[in-house]
Design a protein around this ligand. Sequence first.
Ligand code: AHN
Ligand code: ZN
Length: 334
Amino acid sequence: MMKTVNRKAGYLILIVGLVACSAKSVKNSEEKDTDSVSIEVPSFDTDSAYAYIERQVQFGFRVPNTPAHLATADYLSSELARHGAVVEVQQGTVTAYDGTELSIRNIIGSFSLEKKNRILLFAHWDSRPYADNDPDKSKHRQPIAGADDGASGVGVLLEIARQIGKRQPDTGVDIAFFDAEDYGVPYWSESSDENTWALGTQYWTRRPHKPGYRARFGILLDMVGGAGAQFRRELFSKYYASGIVAQVWDTAKRLGYGNYFIEEDGGYVTDDHLYVNRYGIPSIDIIPCHRDTETGFPPYWHTVDDTMRNIDRSTLKAVGQTVLTVLYLSLIHI
Ligand code: AHN
Ligand code: ZN
């Protein structure tokens, strides 16, 4: 089998050797038993993704029940629609760890709705109301900008939506921006319930935007923009969707991003994908797992320093190009 990766005219061209088992006439002895097919994978534009992250941060803190949160929801849904997605905004109410009723919006943009074969890409779009991991305790009740924690995943997915808008892959794609992931219980509360995280996704799994919604698999992007990010294989992802983990890490390695996607196990992370897995769609989480921080997350995680200063185009490229490649080659088994 021949596999080559070339750069040409802004596209990544993957030439894939396919076993010739199609309805072709019997080959003569000079023909090889493989044919080459070239599949074009769009080139992920990091400036576009970066600008999408910056735009979100400019709205202010995307904390539920605030005007900035609502304005951001409108922006995200209009941007998906502008790229040709059919957009559903699911409005609901969930109860936070402290009893606060949160008005939430899950935003789902669908491409090629007629296709049964679908892939779900998702990220949370809210930002955390508390910088409760900040080294300065006086800041613990301040909200975070969430450039990486929130905006980065959405920014990468908006750039992917823009690429799909220009040319569709063979599969149908649903891009879901889930709300209220990051309103989970802070350390000063008596409760320590893990189910206080990912409230928007939990809401969606109880009432999916389409009854009986199905996808072949899902990919969650969480904190995918930090300089020097290291993605290790998250363990719920391995438990529920080890084949998808392998496919994504292999693809990254082939594209030359093995320094970001490290072939080592991380830890278990309670995140949106856990609930999507329990719903029945095998899903993975691309999330940093660092060896040199106490939390395993980047040092600015849940601090007031989660700002644009940490966002690095090279990390965005590694993640965005890897996911685009998985998407555009997804019906080809290589
Ligand atoms: C917990 O800390 C339980 N989960 C982390 C999920 C998360 C928070 N992702 C981003 N912010
Ligand atoms: Zn967070």
